[in-house]
Ligand binder design. Structure first.
Ligand SMILES: [Fe+2]
Length: 433
């Protein structure tokens, strides 16, 4: 103990809140210290771009401190500014999964004695609430679903295709579709879509997906308006995106540029494999429109092939589809083709990647266009939840909050209809695999 450093009254943190950066995320900070010091209250919210000050506080000395040296001891690497002075600082990095940032101050007095103090900041995981819908169309049902999405405090929408349908003159449904989003959710809602079969067919051989002012252009505009979102590839067709650290592929497999009646599309499958393997995100989502007959409960036939499902399973990804206008969710499966159920615990879903990966899929097709009945009445052991007109269904959305309750590996989900009823509720735990 350096004799000149008689008492350390405080190693202080304080933060300067600045305007939200382009990433648009916030971290919640709790300060901890292994020495007796006054620190800010836990729960303070700090933007990822905020400057955090590291202050030595009042060090009561007989002589003088000749040297200060701040270093980082734990966590996501940050650059400490003025590391050799009493008051240092760093810029809070973008951290979605949560972390513990540790710092150490070595103070040297005029007699060459040193003392070391340490402290840390807990960065809590950033939760992200995603609404999953498909088959919305434009009109009263879709508007009510979008109003529900707004009321639920949603951070982002993933739409599994069939947006406006082609019930209007060319392009009119496209405008109505994006208008109803803007009215319910504003111009800057993070909103991503995968192409559906009704989004490119049209009366006059005009591709409403690709045309000027078409669906893809509309989604490109929404993407540009979403700070911190990154997508590569052919948006909505063969694209890989990240938003707030959640990775998702938006695929047109089985739909576009062509359907294959249940045969695997090797180009799409190769893209899925490559992009899913390249992502290190904890949470991965595969989003597309169509499905296989046994992976829906209405009258749809085989349209995607099995390879996209097994590819996502091995990546530990959740598979979200639409196309059938009802809601259904499988148990965790170890094989989609054989619908092999890992566990019938429908409330706690443990998923993992790897060659023996285990995950689940759901159809969320009650976005507002119409509601269909349950036609699949046998061999339904793989379903954890079924909600169709046979069960009296009305429109709604599946909501999942990823990184919920401070746990980066936990997601809490529920399907809620526009009457406010929760139809299905479950928790997902992402495990190593
Ligand atoms: Fe549809």
């Amino acid at each position: 103990m350096g004799k000149l450093i008689i008492q350390l009254l405080g190693v202080l943190f304080f933060v300067q809140l600045v305007a939200c950066n382009d990433e648009g995320n916030q971290v919640t900070v709790a300060s901890n210290s292994d020495v007796l010091h006054q620190l800010p209250d836990a729960g303070e919210e700090v933007d990822s771009s905020a400057i955090v000050y590291l202050a030595s506080g009042d060090i009561d000395v007989d002589g003088s401190i000749t040297d200060y040296q701040w270093t980082q001891t734990k966590g996501t690497s940050v650059e400490i500014l003025n590391a050799d002075s009493a008051n240092a600082s760093f810029v809070m990095p973008v951290i979605f999964e949560g972390d513990l940032l540790g710092f150490q101050l070595v103070a040297t007095d005029s007699e060459g004695s040193t003392n070391t103090y340490s402290t840390s900041i807990t960065v809590e995981p950033v939760s992200v609430k995603i609404a999953f819908i498909g088959d919305s169309g434009v009109g009263d049902g879709a508007k009510k679903v979008l109003q529900l999405i707004a009321a639920e405090g949603t951070d982002m929408v993933l739409h599994q295709g069939d947006f406006g349908y082609n019930d209007y003159r060319i392009g009119v449904a496209v405008d109505l579709f994006f208008d109803q989003i803007a009215q319910a959710l504003g111009e800057k809602m993070p909103y991503f879509g995968s192409i559906g079969n009704h989004d490119h067919e049209s009366f006059a051989a005009t591709d409403e997906w690709l045309m000027t002012g078409g669906y893809q252009e509309g989604f490109q505009t929404l993407l540009k308006n979403t700070a911190g979102a990154k997508c590569e590839g052919d948006l909505g067709v063969a694209s890989a995106c990240t938003y707030k650290g959640i990775f998702f592929v938006l695929s047109g497999i089985g739909t576009y540029p062509d359907g294959r009646d249940g045969q695997d599309d090797p180009t799409h499958v190769a893209y899925l494999q490559e992009k899913l393997a390249a992502s290190s995100a904890t949470w991965k989502i595969c989003s597309w429109h169509k499905t296989m007959s046994t992976l829906q409960v209405g009258g749809k036939h085989d349209e995607t092939g099995w390879a996209p499902f097994s590819t996502c399973r091995k990546a530990g990804a959740i598979v979200a589809v639409g196309h059938e206008h009802s809601y259904s969710r499988t148990h965790v499966l170890s094989n989609f083709e054989t619908q092999t159920v890992v566990s019938t615990n429908s409330k706690n879903m443990k998923i993992k990647g790897g060659e023996n990966g285990e995950t689940f899929m759901f159809v969320s097709g009650l976005g507002g266009k119409s509601i269909r009945d349950q036609e699949r009445t046998t061999n339904n052991e793989h379903w954890a939840s079924i909600y169709t007109s046979t069960q009296g269904a009305t429109y709604g959305a599946l909501f999942c909050t990823f990184r919920s309750k401070g746990d980066p590996d936990r997601a809490d989900c529920y399907f809620k209809n526009i009457a406010g009823q929760v139809i299905d509720e479950f928790t997902i735990f992402k495990e190593e695999g």
